[in-house]
Design a protein around this ligand. Structure first.
Ligand code: AMP
Length: 400
């Protein structure tokens, strides 16, 4: 069965085409700079064939048309025609309290997705554009929505409620939702599978450390708590986001710097975090290079980054009454051995015996980086959100 996965952002569309029973990726690609100068499409087939087309792409629907053309192209395509696609899986960022699992997209579902826009005004509209475009272009093919927030819907109220007037939760649904749910679900299940552990009986802490970063406490197979909140700003320090911040600081800055709410939002979302503290970059590799060259602010940014992940691990271990498995994933978690080593330092009191040699091993591959006798197992488990979307899509459409 061929499943086409779409991840539509505000100015980009990422896509992957799977032969899902074999977990085989047939082709993947990206359309970038939609509606901007210099837009292009890049497609890479699994046999290594690669093509980049510089074309004008004024909107998402045009972008998707070009994608469908390239995947059926005689020279660069993977399909003879579009009828070969059995189903389409869409990444949808925010499902609010309306979606706790992946769903077949119907008119009623679209209506509910529209209602979630106010919770994610930057992310959900482009996701919906992808859905509308596909409905127009391939109306007979079933479409499935997979939500970043859905996995975290199992959190208990004590984890998801904010200490604000309860009426605001009732009136505006203001609460912690959490993100990266597809990734946390995948890596936690995958790590248990590879270690032969019973997923339903583990206390797991999953660290998704990418440009956006979040950490999740997963108890007995269910998300119990997570660091991102109503929005992705809360929690860990990130590439450009503050993570946890005394709210008083924000009011103080707004006052001192004369910022309106839009400017303040940009400050905490786009100008802070590793970039803001280091003044170098939001890219960890560049910050690590600067730190190695003696840049004190880069060193500080890294120390703060590690320390905050460490604090959350401690908090979640306490919240769950222990931890059996710690997982690293995301661009930094998968590729940054120094980051993992720093974070895991001094966790012997939890029963974590870190294996430096294994940690220094292969990059970007599934590895166990705790010693054989470590009570807490530690893994590097590369995430694969697109594969999860394809698998969820497969499971739903085979039952239709
Ligand atoms: P993501 O958002 O998951 O794509 O992750 C992006 C982050 O991963 C950036 O901060 C990159 O610098 C970081 N990253 C990617 N590769 C490496 C690497 N080899 N070493 C350290 N950080 C890396």
């Amino acid at each position: 069965m061929k499943i086409f996965v779409l991840n539509c952002g505000s100015s980009s569309i990422k896509y992957q085409l799977f032969n899902i029973e074999q977990k085989e990726l047939l082709t993947k690609g990206i359309v970038e700079k939609i509606g901007l100068k210099g837009s292009f499409l890049k497609n890479k087939r699994n046999d290594g064939d690669s093509v980049k087309l510089k074309i004008e792409i004024p909107n998402h629907q045009e972008g998707i048309k070009h994608i469908l053309d390239i995947i059926t192209d005689k020279s660069h395509g993977s399909l003879k025609n579009l009828n070969e696609i059995n189903a389409i899986g869409h990444r949808v960022v925010h499902g609010g309290e309306k979606f706790n699992s992946s769903v077949l997209i119907t008119d009623e579902v679209i209506q509910k997705m529209e209602e979630c826009i106010e919770l994610a005004p930057l992310h959900n509209p482009p996701n919906l554009k992808g859905i509308y475009s596909m409905k127009k272009l391939l109306p007979d093919i079933p479409q499935i929505g997979v939500f970043d927030t859905a996995f975290h819907q199992t959190m208990p109220a004590k984890s998801f409620m904010y200490a604000i007037p309860y009426s605001l939760y009732e009136k505006h649904s203001i609460r912690r939702y959490g993100f990266h749910g597809t990734s946390h679900r995948y890596v936690s299940q995958r790590a248990c599978e590879t270690l032969n552990l019973d997923y339903s009986k583990q206390k797991i802490i999953s660290c998704h450390l990418g440009n956006g970063a979040s950490i999740a406490a997963i108890k007995n197979g269910k998300s119990f708590d997570t660091s991102m909140g109503l929005t992705p700003i809360e929690g860990l320090m990130m590439g450009t986001r503050t993570g946890d911040l005394d709210l008083g600081v924000l009011f103080y800055i707004m006052n001192k710097e004369n910022l309106n709410s839009k400017e303040a939002y940009a400050l905490v979302n786009k100008q802070s975090g590793v970039l803001g503290v280091s003044g170098v970059s939001n890219d960890m590799r560049e910050v690590e290079d600067a730190a190695r060259n003696g840049n004190e602010r880069a060193k500080l940014a890294l120390e703060m980054y590690f320390y905050r992940v460490k604090k959350y691990i401690g908090a979640y271990a306490a919240a769950m009454g222990g931890v059996d498995l710690l997982i690293f994933t995301g661009g930094i978690g998968e590729n940054g051995p120094e980051t993992r080593e720093d974070i895991c330092k001094d966790f012997e009191f939890l029963g974590l015996e870190f294996d430096k040699e294994k940690n220094a091993g292969k990059r970007g591959e599934e590895i166990v980086i705790s010693k054989a006798n470590s009570k807490v197992k530690v893994t590097v488990t590369p995430t694969d959100e697109e594969l999860v979307i394809a698998q969820d899509t497969y499971e739903i459409v085979t039952k239709l």
